[in-house]
Design a protein around this ligand. Structure first.
Ligand code: NI
Length: 177
């Protein structure tokens, strides 16, 4: 079911979410179906459970090749539950980011360039990946939602935060997360 996405200012987006304790349950299946339906309806790159008002440590993300965004990096469709992210290097990279909870805007956000993440899929199978580029950015963005952090809270330069049509007139933009 397509759910409403909470917008910045809603206090539920600022809460720390709780770990999933049981895998393979009908409730978890339904949550993941709702996240997938909502993300594909909004054509986003990723979505975290608290963005639809569910305070559990569950995120989904994925980006397929799209001719409208030839420079966009592909990211495999991923369900990530109870994630832990560990930076693999001190290097930080800044790039434009958007969020489905801050619609129509972009900010210039510093993220770790290389990270390892671990967590579980919907069946409770453990996963571990070392990633960089947009994959590293999107997983850091989504997992921040689980700790009540929205990307504007990470901006260092508020002069690089604004409305899409003002920042990038006439351009097709990368997907929101
Ligand atoms: Ni977001």
């Amino acid at each position: 079911m397509i759910r409403d996405v909470l917008k910045m200012g809603d206090p539920r987006l600022l809460q720390r979410s709780l770990p999933v304790e049981r895998f393979g349950t009908p409730e978890l299946r339904e949550l993941l179906a709702d996240l997938r339906d909502t993300l594909s309806h909004l054509n986003g790159a990723g979505l975290a459970a608290p963005q639809i008002g569910v305070g559990l440590r569950v995120v989904i993300f994925g980006v397929r090749a799209n001719p409208r965004y030839p420079q966009a990096e592909e990211v495999p469709d991923t369900v990530l539950i109870n994630p832990v992210i560990e930076p693999l290097a001190a290097e930080m990279i800044e790039d434009w980011e958007g969020c489905l909870s801050v619609p129509g805007m972009r900010g210039w956000v510093p993220r770790h360039a290389h990270v390892r993440y671990t967590g579980y899929d919907e069946q409770g199978r453990r996963m571990e990946r070392a990633v960089q580029g947009f994959h590293a950015r999107v997983v850091q963005h989504e997992c921040d939602h689980l700790d009540g952090i929205l990307y504007p809270m990470r901006l260092r330069d508020l002069s690089r935060f604004g409305y899409n049509e003002a920042l990038f007139p006439g351009e097709a933009l990368p997907l929101e997360e």
